[in-house]
Design a protein. Structure first.
Length: 257
């Protein structure tokens, strides 16, 4: 079994990323503070969120979860992707989302995994786990959870949940299944040169002389909206086996004592 990663939040501390990297992409873990401002609602509640990668070949960047009030919307199918969603979907860059977590009073608690999640078969022989446990604290005004993680071997794919209810009773749980989405911000070339560098290292598809990129390419910009991801079509370097059947991930959300 893979090693669990339990990252409890702190009410006051914002802990910096560890800076672990794979192929140049920052994959560090971060525990994020519950927001202090505004009117809370009761004492802190603790939740255990177990995120599992169900794909046969697609690795995820470290999963990010946020507990929040209903005024927060991370993404919506049919709408353009926000900058934080675009940066995660194209470049695996969590920083814009972390900035929102720090500044948005409606986000009451959040956490990020300390490394990527690979398929259970671990096709790149990385030693990374296929699931992770995150512990997150929030007050009772946080009634919803959102989750997002990049589908690494895609141009602008991500897996996520937006504004799903949290369990309310101690020792109760809810299970959610998350599908893959296309951010609509970059053309799906499926070429390793256009994907983030860890796309090869994490999948075992190491192509000599192809480094990939961790920045957006204006020449590939696509003025689209978020849609269900079409999967891998085989038009470029990425093998069709790197496609997946939905759901791409599951989340078990438990309220614990």
């Amino acid at each position: 079994m893979p090693t669990d990663s339990r990252l409890p939040t702190s009410r006051r501390a914002f802990l910096a990323a560890t800076g672990a990297t794979v192929g140049g992409l920052v994959l560090g873990g971060t525990a994020l503070a519950q927001q202090e401002g505004g009117q809370g609602n009761g004492s802190a509640r603790r939740y255990r969120v177990t995120v599992t990668n169900h794909t046969p070949y697609q690795p995820f960047t470290p999963p990010a979860v946020a507990l929040h009030r209903p005024s927060i919307e991370v993404f919506s199918v049919g709408d353009p992707a926000s900058t934080p969603v675009q940066e995660i979907a194209e470049n695996g860059n969590l920083q814009p989302l972390l900035d929102v977590v720090q500044s948005a009073n409606a986000i009451r608690g959040a956490a990020v995994g300390d490394g990527p999640l690979v398929p259970a078969s671990d096709p790149g022989d990385t030693g990374f786990p296929y699931y992770v446990e995150l512990h997150v604290d929030a007050d009772a005004s946080a009634r919803y959870l959102s989750f997002i993680s990049m589908l690494v071997a895609t141009n602008d794919g991500f897996v996520g949940l937006d504004t799903v209810p949290l369990p309310q009773e101690v020792n109760s749980s809810l299970t959610y299944f998350a599908q893959g989405y296309d951010a609509g911000t970059e053309t799906n070339t499926e070429m390793f040169a256009d994907l983030v560098p860890p796309a090869q290292a994490l999948t075992g598809e190491n192509r000599e002389g192809i480094d990939g990129t961790g920045t957006s390419n204006p020449d590939l910009a696509e003025d689209g909206v978020i849609t269900p991801h079409p999967g891998i079509t085989g038009v470029g370097d990425v093998p069709e086996a790197f496609g997946w059947e939905e759901p791409a991930a599951s989340l078990v959300v438990e309220r614990i004592a």
